[in-house]
Design a protein around this ligand. Structure first.
Ligand SMILES: O=C(O)COP(=O)(O)O
Ligand SMILES: [Mg+2]
Length: 230
């Protein structure tokens, strides 16, 4: 395996694929508020933002399942009643649509990094597991949309990260290849998707990774801020 934290120059990207939640934008406050609305509507106690931070990264449906079971490893909990799941999802989507972006912020280091990559001729896409209809409104609200030539959401294709396909589609569309393309994310879903696509991964430590540290995921680089890439 490549030695960790080799320089970004050696990974020189012609195409950079960015994860959204936990990498570009701290969206947990709005996601947590929408999850709490949903739990309250079901007569359950609110979950709190710290828990929700550990539940983001595998798409909205998994987030709702984690909230309903109170567990990141929801697959190992008692099965969820499907009509409860449908009602809960509907409530979550409705609340999140109204809240999306209102208390979210762009992480420090993101804008200088995007500007620098753009100045150096790098083409950029967002490849997120967030449902596509929430992605552009959030990027617009954060003033980030103009950097990205392409957006792939969690429901744009029949598969999402950690599947390789969303990354490969963005890479091909932006005329990259595995030698010129880098995935930049915050979670095991991003690291595994990059590996499945044959791409190097850069991971940030400040994002959402279901609890465990991102240092053990085999990424080519792990950073505390995207300014470390400049
Ligand atoms: O799980 C989500 O909705 C967010 O996913 P992302 O980290 O891929 O942007
Ligand atoms: Mg993420």
């Amino acid at each position: 395996m490549d030695e960790p934290n080799r320089s970004f120059t050696s990974l020189w990207p012609g195409v950079a694929l960015f994860d959204l939640d936990g990498t570009l934008v701290d969206s947990a406050p709005d996601l947590a508020a929408a999850i709490n609305d949903m739990l309250t509507a079901l007569g359950r106690p609110a979950a709190g933002q710290e828990k929700v931070r550990q539940w983001v990264g595998n798409g909205a449906q998994v987030l709702v399942r984690r909230a309903l079971t109170g567990r990141t490893d929801w697959e190992n909990a008692e099965p969820i009643d499907e009509s409860l799941f449908r009602d809960a999802s509907e409530q979550f989507y409705q609340s999140y649509e109204a809240l999306n972006g209102s208390c979210s912020t762009v992480f420090d280091g993101v804008e200088p990094c995007l500007e620098w990559l753009h100045e150096h001729g790098c083409r950029m896409a967002v490849v997120t597991n967030k449902p596509e209809r929430f992605v552009r409104p959030l990027l617009e609200c954060m003033g980030l949309e103009h950097w990205f030539e392409m957006i792939i959401g969690g429901d744009t294709l029949p598969v999402k990260k950690p599947d390789a396909e969303p990354l490969l589609l963005a890479m091909r569309t932006l005329e990259g290849n595995p030698g010129t393309t880098v995935m930049i994310g915050d979670s095991a879903a991003d690291a595994t998707a990059a590996r499945n696509a044959g791409l190097p991964a850069v991971l940030v430590r400040y994002g959402y990774n279901y609890g465990p540290s991102v240092d053990e995921l085999g990424a080519e680089m792990v950073v505390d801020s995207l300014t470390e890439l400049l």
